[in-house]
Design a protein around this ligand. Structure first.
Ligand code: KG4
Ligand code: ZN
Length: 337
């Protein structure tokens, strides 16, 4: 299938043309980062309005880059959730309008599944079953993928998402938005690498917690203001990144070994993190798949890749269809209790 995919769940307006869920013919991402940098985070209403302005030009550009005409498409896909409701409404309905105008079917896609599926783009496909860790600004999910399109949720964060922790720590350290890349760059400049921050192992299950770590960063930052011998900002950033990379990699690899899967996948914006990529690769005895950084952060190619494995979700554009902004509800998924 040749699919035009649209992504608008948070602060990137994106469109891509993907063939057979594997081959990326174009991938256009219009980031709103500058817009949200002023407020230090995403204001949902501002994001929705920006999507409204960007969506049509971005979709046209994706078709142009792919040298693909409307009549060469087999379907249009769009993120239906999870995400910011206003932002999702804009993207899903724009996709619906395009599908209606061109007589094409529409495929609603789960954003989390999209992140996982980025591992199938322009690369050797990972063998299944697999364990997938999705770490983004809104999610930290550990999933068992038994076959294409079928997931069992093993665990996830009990408080902050991994990316949210990076963004909050960036703010505590006086850095900009989005915080992940900034914290990582500062961490790389640390000369003294001794300061240690806590790790929440939550033993005996596949859940994560980052709020205690965030509080520990706050205390370290306050100590810095009060005493000359306290760790420098770069050391705090380094210790924070080490703690997150340590917990994510160990728990991911432990789950993979326990479940006896064939491969380990990492996805989502935080998977762009160099130290996390390194740690997972160091520790996993199983083959590790992580998309290139540009396909870890939000994009539409991943939505096109996920749409391809869900032909059963295809609907006519005039069908009753709504956004699904609530977290984790991939079609066919279940939660282990
Ligand atoms: O997947 P994504 O683009 O959007 C969501 O679905 O949330 O993830 C965005 C998150 C942000 O929290 C951002 O700070 C984080 O991914 N991020 C990173 C890095 N690049 C992006 N975190 C750590 N290290 C990075 N290099
Ligand atoms: Zn995302």
């Amino acid at each position: 299938m040749r699919i035009l995919a649209i992504e608008s769940s948070c602060d990137e307006t994106a469109a891509a043309v993907v063939v057979d869920g594997r081959w990326m013919r174009s991938n256009v991402v219009a980031s709103q980062a500058e817009l949200h940098a002023e407020t230090g985070g995403v204001v949902p209403e501002v994001a929705a309005r920006a999507h409204l302005r960007q969506l049509i030009p971005v979709a046209r550009r994706a078709l142009r880059d792919a040298e693909c005409g409307w009549d060469e498409l087999d379907a249009i896909a769009a993120t239906a959730g999870p995400g910011l409701p206003g932002a999702l409404v804009v993207g899903l309905n724009a996709a619906r309008g395009m599908a209606y105008a061109r007589g094409l079917p529409l495929i609603p896609v789960d954003h989390i599944e999209g992140h996982v599926r980025a591992n199938w783009l322009d690369a050797d496909p990972p063998p299944l079953p697999a364990i997938a860790l999705v770490v983004s600004g809104g999610h930290t999910e550990l999933l068992l993928m038994t076959e294409a399109g079928t997931f069992e949720r093993l665990g996830g964060t009990r408080d902050d998402a991994a990316g949210e922790a990076f963004d909050k720590v960036a703010r505590l350290l006086g850095l900009g938005y989005p915080g992940g890349p900034e914290v990582s760059q500062l961490a790389a400049t640390a000369t003294e690498r001794r300061f240690r921050l806590p790790r929440a192992w939550l033993r005996g299950n596949d859940d994560f917690s980052f709020s205690g770590l965030k509080t520990a960063v706050l205390h370290a930052v306050e100590a810095r203001v009060e005493s000359a011998g306290a760790p420098a900002a770069a050391e705090i950033a380094w210790a924070f990144e080490e703690s997150v990379a340590d917990v994510l990699s160990r728990k991911l690899v432990a789950a993979a070994e326990r479940e006896g899967v064939a491969s380990v996948l990492v996805a989502g914006g935080v998977a762009a993190n160099r130290r996390i990529r390194e740690r997972v690769r160091e520790r996993s005895p199983l083959p590790v798949f992580i998309p290139p950084p540009a396909l870890c952060t939000d994009n539409a190619a991943m939505i096109g890749a996920a749409a391809d494995v869900h032909p059963e979700a295809m609907v006519a554009p005039e069908a009753a269809l709504d956004i699904d902004p609530t977290p984790y509800r991939s079609r066919g998924s279940s939660t282990r209790s």
